[in-house]
Structure formats: C-alpha cells, structure tokens
Design a protein around this ligand. Structure first.
Ligand SMILES: Cc1ncc(COP(=O)(O)O)c(C=O)c1O
Length: 366
C-alpha cells in the first residue's frame, strides 16, 4: 500500500535549507509563548522522584483526564489522552471504520492533508464533499453524500486551511446525519481557542453516541512539540480505542501531560484572549497588505491560516519553492489540501513579519 505522505515536513525542510532570509509561514507552529505555568510544571517535573519517570497509565494521567472531563462535561472514562490531535484523529477514524458499519469516510475539500492518508492507511475510502470558497460546509451536501456505507464524517472547525468556523446549526446537523446513517462524526476542534468570530460550537454540545471529538493542547498552549492531545468517545466505543492507543504507543509522555495539567489549572482566560488579539492583528496586517496589492484571499474566522491567490502562480509545490527562493516567503501549496484549493497558497500567521511577507509576495508577483 502506498501512503500519501503529507508535504509539511518537506516544505519546512526546504525553507530551512534555503539561502537568504526566508519568512517562514509553512506550518502551524505558534511563535507565541506558552503559559508560564507550563514552563514551571516542566521544571518541577525534573526534580520529582524517578518513579514518576516511569509509565503513566496508558490512557493518560488521571488528574489531566479529570480536568478535561470536567471542562468538557463528559465522563472521565470517555477521555483518552493521545499523542496530539494527530493520534486522536487516528483513533477516532479507526474506531469508526472497525465497527463493520461501512468503509467510506466523508472528507471535505479543501481538507486537512492528514485525513486522506489516515483514511487510506486504515483501509477506508475517501468520499469528498466540497466546501464553499469560504470553507463553509453545506450540511445538505453531506446528507446527500452519506449512505449506509459511510463509516465516518470527518470535519474540522475552526478549519485548517480555510479558517471557516461552522455555525451551531451545521454542527448539530452533522451529528444528526451521522446518527441517521449509523456513521461517526469525527469533529477535530484543535483550533477551538482560536475562534476569532465568537461563533464556534463544539460537537460536544449535542449528546450523541455517534460523535467523537478530538482536540489537543498543541495549538491552544502553543506546544506542538509536547504531543498532548485527547479524544472524547461515546462510552461504547472507548475501550477498543484505549486498546489501540496502548498497542501503538504503550502510553503517552508523562512529563508533558503533567506540565499541561499545571497550565490548565493555572492559566487565566486572558492568556487565550491575548493570543486571539495577536492573531486578529496579524490577519488584518496580512490581508490588508494583500488587499492593497490586489491579491485574492480568504478572510479567516478562526485558526491561523490565510489562503491567498496570485494570478499566474498556481498552488503547487513548484510555486512554493520558487517563492521561497525568490521572494523569501515560505507557505504551503493549496494543492496539498485538495482539488478545490489548487489555485491557492496557504500562509500560517506564525511570525511577527506578516506584513513584510505580504509586501514581499506582492512585489514579487507584480
Ligand atoms: C486540523 C488539524 N488537526 C490536527 C492537527 C495535528 O495536531 P497535533 O499536533 O496536536 O497532532 C493539526 C496541526 O496542524 C491540524 O491543523
């Protein structure tokens, strides 16, 4: 079997190896600080007795699972701590496909590039439904695509790469479509703290045996390297997911889980508000400069990416490499996110130099 290897690490490497000054807007690695309590938790861990350097419970340390369960209003037994949202999505999709309730996975186009590879890896077949130019998903399109062969419907809100935030009615209807078709809605909400519109609704807002919510602290606490995420399963699906997690990983990282727990307990909501403010400012600066240059872009309602389009520069890897080498700005090819994004380029707002980046791009393509 051939896996579709996502392009992110390739482009990051290309940008890092390039000569000259390159503004790196490739991947969703926040450049802002984690909460101070997270650093304190990590420091504190270094001096713990060595028995706390040994295996944690496979499904994750109990107090962090309890903290998450309390915040999300679910039972602690439903929470599995994972190696980032990446593993959470993998466990969720695996469970959906293993139930003997179909082999098709409904994905959106544009799509977060890791879902297609996971679908294939797990023996599923991707069935794409198109999201509009603004990334919004029309539930009636999903309903028309769903059938008894649908095992999972995988969505992401706030969305990477479009920045769309699905309204409450869409989220509720997606859960209902999953129920009607004996499918599982997998709702990846890893950017929930970066809802810039105030309209985000979690799929947890509907109680259902047909939805799994995935999330992580990678983005919300600016720690993509810590690898702490979680999935919330309906009670009847959780045990097999825990077994798969154990068979693949044995367990997660205990010091990382501990530091996340400290951060959750001690971080003020103002931390997240400040990050959203920073992003709003960057969105304005970046899109403002694109606007002045007459370039097309998609204004994001959430997450931290902007899709931009320049005449004569298709959203291919070749264009991206050319822009890295000649314009000094590194983004991702839209084609990595599906057919419908193939004329776009995606830029992650993870640098203070977003305005300069937009100016460089505008000048180069002029
Ligand atoms: C939509 C989406 N899901 C999952 C992930 C992966 O998250 P993690 O680093 O927690 O595995 C990302 C990372 O960019 C993402 O954009």
């Amino acid at each position: 079997m051939e896996y579709e290897t996502p392009l992110f690490f390739h482009v990051m490497g290309y940008a890092a190896d390039a000569e000259g000054d390159v503004i790196d807007m490739v991947s969703g690695n926040p450049d802002w600080e984690p909460p101070e309590s997270l650093r304190e938790g990590l420091r504190e861990y270094a001096d713990f007795d060595a028995d706390r350097f040994q295996y944690p419970p496979s499904e994750g340390i109990r107090p962090l699972r309890e903290e998450i369960a309390a915040r999300r209003g679910v039972g602690v037994s439903q929470v599995v701590l994972t190696n980032g949202a990446g593993e959470a999505n993998y466990l969720a999709m695996a469970r959906a496909l293993e139930r003997g309730a179909g082999s098709e996975v409904i994905l959106t186009d544009p799509v977060y590039s890791y879902y297609p590879g996971k679908t294939t890896m797990l023996g599923g077949r991707a069935h794409y439904v198109s999201a509009g130019a603004d990334g919004q998903l029309d539930p009636s399109v999903v309903r028309a695509a769903a059938s008894e062969d649908t095992a999972a419907i995988v969505v992401n809100t706030p969305n990477n790469p479009t920045g769309a935030v699905y309204p409450e009615a869409t989220v509720h209807e997606l859960v209902e479509i999953a129920e009607t078709n004996d499918a599982i809605l997998v709702s990846d909400e890893v950017y929930d703290h970066y809802d810039l519109s105030g309209t985000f609704t979690s799929a947890l807002s509907v109680d259902s045996a047909h939805r799994i919510v995935t999330n992580a602290f990678s983005k919300s606490l600016a720690i993509t390297g810590f690898r702490v995420g979680y999935a919330i399963f309906p009670p009847h699906l959780v045990d097999d997911a825990k077994s798969r997690h154990m068979l693949v990983n044995v367990a997660g990282s205990r010091p990382a889980q501990y530091a996340v727990l400290r951060a959750l307990q001690e971080t003020d909501p103002a931390y997240h508000e400040a990050n959203r403010d920073l992003l709003r400012e960057r969105v304005d600066l970046f899109t403002g400069a694109l606007e002045s240059a007459g370039a097309d872009y998609v204004e994001p309602d959430g997450a931290f990416y902007v899709l931009a389009r320049f005449d004569g520069y298709p959203g291919t890897l070749e264009t991206v490499e050319q822009l890295i080498d000649q314009a000094g700005v590194a983004g991702m090819p839209g084609s990595a996110f599906g057919e419908s994004a193939s004329s776009w380029l995606r830029f992650a707002l993870v640098t203070p130099r977003v305005e300069e980046a937009a100016d460089r791009l505008a000048e180069y393509v002029a």
